[in-house]
Write a protein of this length. Structure first.
Length: 146
């Protein structure tokens, strides 16, 4: 679940609240698992919102360092919460399930769904969906600078 607000003048999206609930089987190391879930969830939000790769006409990546390739930080999602669904998994070690990429999977879809709703139901079909993309949708629908 992602709750956000959109500045209709700049197109900037501010994530107000984010909640992820994950079925991990039986947690073996709770603190490490929470860190993994938070990190992956934030990574998924970044993938959906700001992590744009720019290519030249030969296919070379032009923004290949962190001065011009944006990634999210904890300041971008101040209220990121994760909950674990603890249910023993008989096929895993000590009842655990894999949790490596789990938090990344749903975040982009949740982010895009929240942006769609904030833009009045406009169907969106790509990520990352940047501030520039938001402004383009608002301009197309005659809602820019509202």
């Amino acid at each position: 679940m992602i709750e956000l607000e959109i500045d209709t003048y700049t197109g900037c999206v501010k994530v107000l609240d984010a909640l992820g609930i994950y079925d991990v089987g039986t947690p073996i190391d709770y603190n490490v698992l929470i860190g993994q879930m938070e990190g992956g969830f934030l990574q998924g939000i970044g993938f959906a919102s700001i992590e744009t790769m720019v290519y030249d006409r030969n296919g070379y990546i032009r923004n290949n360092n962190f001065s011009d390739y944006l990634i999210p930080t904890t300041l971008d999602v101040p209220n990121l919460r994760v909950l674990l669904h603890d249910s023993e998994y008989s096929e895993g070690p000590f009842g655990a399930k894999g949790a490596g990429e789990l938090p990344l999977i749903g975040a982009p879809a949740a982010y895009l769904a929240a942006v769609e709703q904030a833009l009045g139901g406009t169907r969106l079909n790509h990520v990352p969906f940047t501030a520039e993309d938001v402004v383009a949708v608002l301009a197309k629908e005659g809602k820019a600078n509202a």
